[in-house]
Each structure stands twice: as C-alpha cells, then as structure tokens.
Design a protein around this ligand. Structure first.
Ligand SMILES: Cc1ncc(C[n+]2csc(CCOP(=O)(O)OP(=O)(O)O)c2C)c(N)n1
Ligand SMILES: [Mg+2]
Length: 597
C-alpha cells in the first residue's frame, strides 16, 4: 500500500474463501495488506494462526520462514523492510518469545524500520487456560513489555476488531517516521469459530497518508541560505529510504556544488561522485557556513567527533554555521530510550518528508542562481572533485600497501571481496566493516547497502542479511554479508534458516577473534588509567578456543571455507563460495582471520 492510492494497480484480489476460524480472518487481512512473508519461531499461543497460514492460506501470503530464535525472526523482518520499503511479519510466541524478540524490536525502532510483530497470548478468558503453561505465559498486557520502542501496540478484543487493528498497525508502521508495531492475538480469539464472516475493508482506503511538504517560508529561507552560502554542506542519513530522494539530493548537490556527507542510515549518495565527502567529514564541516541536514538521526553527533576514552566532544563546526534540518524525527519521540539524541541548535527546523521537499527546493534554488553564483559554484565543483579523486586514490594506495601486513588487514579483505563481486549485481545486506567498504567499493545505487542495526544491539547481522536475501529472492542479485564474529555468535542458528529455505548469501567472516569494540574500550581505559594493556583481552577475546566458522556453516549443511590467513588465499576461496551461491542457490561462508580494525 503506497501513500497515494493508485487505482490502476489494485491490490491482489480478496481471497474467495470463507474464514472458519478467527485466525483465518487474520490471514485474510495479512494477504489483503500484501504481506508476503512471516518469520516465525513456533509456539502454542499462535497454533491457530499457524494452522490458518499453512492450511487455510496454503502457506502463501504470508509464507512462513522458520527461525530458531525470535531475535532472528525480527532481524529478518528488519532487513527485509529496509530492502523492500515494506513490512513483513514476525510471529512471536507469547511472553517468552517477546522477551527474546525485544532487543531486535529495539534495533528496528532505532533504525526507523517498519516491522509487523505479531504476538499471541492467553487465552484471556481464564476459564479456557490450560493449567500452568497458559497461566505463566499470559500477561496483562503483553504489549507493555515493548511499548516504549514500538510505534503502537494493540490486542484486539473481538474478531470484528481484528481488521481495523491490522490496518491501523500497517498504516502506523509505514507512516514516517516508520517503525515496528506489535499486535497481540488472544489464543482464544484465534481459535474462535466464525459464525458470520465479517466484510473485510478495502486496504486501499486505509493507506498511509500522503507525506507532508515543507512550510513555504521555511523552504524559501532554506533556498536563500544555500544559494548564498560560500561552503554549503549536506548531511543525509535516512533520506535514502525513498530511492527517489537519492536522485533529488544528487541533483541539488550538483546544482550547488554542495558536498554530501552520508551518515549511512540508508544509502544516500554515490561514493564515486565527486561531491561525496563522507570520508572527509570533519575537514568539510570545519569550513561549512551552511549545513543542510536531511533526516539525520543524531545531528549533534554528526557535527563533531568524540574521544571514546575521555568522552570529550569536539565540535567540527564554527558557532556561525547556519543549520537547516529537514526531518520527520520530531514526530517520533519517546521518553524511555534516549534515541532522540542530544538536542542540537538548528536555525531552520523543517518537519517534512525529504522526498517531497527536495524537488521543490531544487526548483527554488535554480530560480535564484545568477551569473555570480554560477561562477562560484563551478569553481567549487572543480575543487571538490579534485579532492574527492585524490582521497579515493589515497584509499586505494593504503589498501595496496596494507596487503603486505600479517595478519590480514581489513582493507585487504575488503578489496579482495570487491574484486570478486564488482561485476555482479550485488547488494551489501550487512556490513560490519566500518568505513573501508565505502572507501574501496563503488556504492552507486539506492538500496545497494542496507545500513546497520540502528540500535547497536548485537545479534542483528545474519538475520537482517537473510531478510535482505528474501527481499531479493529470485532477482539474480548477489547478496553479500560482511559478518563480524562476535555478532554472529549471538545468533548462529540463523544459518539453519538459510539452509532450510535455501537462501543464497555470500558470507565473509570478518573474524578478528574478539569482541574487539569491547577490547578496544579496555585498551583505552588501561591507557588512561596507566594500567596494563595486556589484560584487555580478558573477557573480550574469542580466541581460546578460536571458533571454526567454516565448520559451523558445514554443521548446518552449508558451504564453509577457512580459516583463511594469507591475502593470496582470499580470492580463490571467495570465487569458489560465489559459485556455490550462484549455481547452487545456497549460503556459502568464507572465514577470514584478520586484524581487529
Ligand atoms: C546485545 C549486546 N550486547 C553487548 C553489546 C556490547 N558490544 C558492543 S560492540 C561489541 C563487540 C562486537 O564484536 P564483533 O561483533 O565481533 O565486532 P568487532 O567489534 O570485533 O568488530 C560488544 C560486546 C552490544 N552492543 N549488544
Ligand atoms: Mg569481532
């Protein structure tokens, strides 16, 4: 369902079947909303819904994707949502499943990703409960467990209220700022016999609202500031959730010769473009007189840098820098988690949808450009292009030099993966590497990377990557997961889901045999306190014993190679793995042991 009703493309026809049980109605509604997949880890609280999906619905719209942990189910839906722009469902078994799912819901919340978390409980009619298990697994009200980090939760009281509840949930999840919702279905309600089938509403008429345009005066002021600026800079973060906005940003950047810093919440700007300044953010910001922030989650953090050890923040911009921020972020603030970030002073705050605003802003800027501005802009473009080319060359050279290092350096592995996939139609569905992929790969298309977990809750990578694979299933695209070791050890059973559903994915383990982020903190603290650095590995390293990830993949019936410890061995291993992914439509994993950063 898009925001604007398209009468030429009606939704799939309403099923010509008669619902017999309450959960059949839920399935009819999921199909009417176009939900293709439902990730699930099973449980008796939704046995009614399970039966309806596989028997009444024929395991089609939604099709079940079996997972071994609710955190994986939700991460899968999270990755899928980012890859498609639409939600899939994750079925979550009462209280226990919801507790497992909660952290992944938190990730989706922080990442502003629409996920339909469908839970179950009860029966709420206590006379219908089985002793012990139905009692310990029933809560009043289950949604309170995750209420602080879902956009909405509901527990429909009757079958008649099921359709409206689901339509509202879908609409809320899909309306910007997007986010997860949680619906809880009473087990009794699911198993209730339908006497008179309800007339299901037409989901088209409940679509998310058309997104808002900016206030005209604020937009005029924005255009004035940008055109008059000596050094305008754009910072984009979640803008790329709408691919059209990426093209608009590119046009605006080119019109003004405005460098762009991509914060990477989604893909926002091609790194091969001469105006990409992501890898020179602090220099570019130091010079900026006007900043156009576009859907930036942490604007304060984007405008400076912090010393991790001392927590000292160093602003990158001067006090005179004018700041414009176009975001819908003000409409999604809760008190529980401080994911709203530090309050940043902004000169022109605009609550609007960047995809709607940018074409208008472009026209306003175009109308303001005179000869003097054009000459200034042309000179700026030349300068920025030259700097960009020099930086790209510098990264290439650094990667080339790093090849001699042992253990394998991170840029060496990143460069080798690129050599193997660069002629494929690839999608980076999870990236644990940090800046090096952006430095060495050509990121050019919207959706070619899916960003990170959002909530920095570990265990995200493999599940989210499989969500990306589901989204691109049968498309011929090669999905790539650059997977961190520590993150995978939270949710290794996601490999079983990949094997069971034959999800093709190239997994490259960026294996530093450590929870290195934590080891690094330990090193920093030891340095500041002048204590022995040698103990930083206690409680943080994963090298005793080292995990054999290739064998782990094999244990799930998948292809696994490694550990790879020399640069020359990387490429042949990756090529063999890629053949497995493409020819056998299976997950293949290559474990590369490397330096921590
Ligand atoms: C659920 C959860 N537990 C603990 C942490 C704290 N933490 C942040 S990064 C990190 C280490 C991650 O290790 P790995 O995934 O191997 O990445 P690396 O830092 O080694 O590149 C830990 C433990 C967290 N973010 N989330
Ligand atoms: Mg690690």
């Amino acid at each position: 369902m898009s925001a604007v009703r398209d009468v030429t493309h009606p939704l799939p026809l309403r099923p010509q079947r008669r619902p017999q049980y309450g959960s059949d109605i839920i399935v009819d509604m999921l199909q009417a909303c176009g939900i293709v997949y439902a990730a699930c880890n099973p449980g008796a609280s939704f046995r009614g819904l399970h039966d309806s999906i596989v028997n009444y619905g024929g395991n089609h719209m939604p099709e079940l994707i079996q997972c071994c942990h609710e955190e994986i189910s939700v991460a899968l839906a999270h990755g899928y949502a980012k890859a498609t722009g639409t939600p899939m469902a994750a079925l979550i078994h009462n209280i226990v499943g919801l507790q497992h799912a909660s952290m992944a819901l938190f990730n989706a919340w922080c990442d502003r990703a629409p996920v339909l978390a469908l839970g179950a409980t009860g029966p709420m009619d206590s006379t219908q409960r089985r002793p012990w298990i139905d009692w310990i697994h029933t809560a009043l009200v289950q949604g309170t467990l995750v209420r602080d980090y879902v956009k909405w939760d509901d527990q429909p009281y009757s079958l008649a209220s099921v359709p409206e509840s689901l339509l509202r949930a879908y609409r809320i999840a899909q309306t910007d700022p997007q986010g997860p919702i949680y619906l809880c279905y009473d087990a009794g309600l699911q198993e209730e016999v339908v006497r008179v089938p309800p007339i299901l509403p037409d989901p088209h008429r409940y679509a998310p609202p058309a997104p808002p345009q900016a206030h005209p005066e604020a937009l005029e002021r924005t255009a004035d500031l940008l055109v008059q600026a000596e050094h305008p800079v754009a910072i984009a973060d979640l803008l790329g959730r709408h691919p059209a906005a990426v093209a608009s940003l590119r046009s605006l950047a080119e019109l003004l010769a405005m460098p762009v810093i991509d914060r990477g919440g989604r893909f926002n700007f091609p790194n091969t473009h001469g105006l990409d300044a992501t890898d020179a953010a602090s220099d570019i910001l130091a010079n900026a007189d006007v900043i156009l922030a576009l859907d930036v989650l942490d604007l304060f953090g984007a405008l400076g840098s912090v010393d991790k050890a001392t927590r000292m923040f160093q602003p990158a911009i001067g006090p005179q820098t004018q700041i414009i921020h176009i975001t819908m972020g003000d409409f999604l603030v809760r008190s529980w988690a401080a994911d709203y970030e530090r309050l940043q002073a902004v000169d022109v705050p605009i609550a609007a949808d960047t995809a709607v605003v940018l074409p208008h802003l472009l026209a306003l800027c175009q109308a303001r450009l005179g000869r003097a501005e054009t000459a200034r802009i042309t000179a700026r473009a030349t300068h920025l292009n030259t700097q960009h080319r020099a930086r790209r060359q510098q990264w290439q050279q650094a990667a080339h030099l790093a090849r001699a290092q042992h253990p394998i350096a991170v840029p060496t592995a990143v460069a080798e993966v690129w050599e193997v996939i660069k002629h494929e139609d690839w999608v980076l569905v999870n990236n644990a590497v940090g800046a090096w992929t952006r430095r060495l790969w050509d990121w050019e298309r919207p959706g070619c990377t899916l960003g990170s977990s959002g909530g920095a809750g570990l265990g995200y990578g493999m599940g989210a990557a499989l969500g990306g694979v589901l989204a691109h299933r049968h498309s011929g695209k090669v999905c790539v997961n650059l997977q961190a070791d520590g993150d995978l050890l939270y949710t290794p059973s996601a490999l079983w889901t990949a094997a069971h559903h034959q999800l093709p994915l190239l997994v490259v383990m960026f294996n530093n045999r450590s929870y290195y982020n934590s080891e690094e903190h330990a090193l920093d603290v030891a340095r500041v306190r002048e204590r022995p650095a040698a103990n930083a590995g206690i409680g943080t390293r994963l090298d005793d014993p080292p995990v054999n990830f290739a064998q782990m993949a094999q244990a799930y019936g998948l292809y696994g190679e490694g550990p790879i410890i020399t640069p020359d061995a990387i490429r042949p291993a990756l090529e063999r793995a890629l053949s497995v992914v493409k020819d056998e439509s299976r997950l293949a994993l290559v474990d590369i042991v490397m330096q921590p950063r």
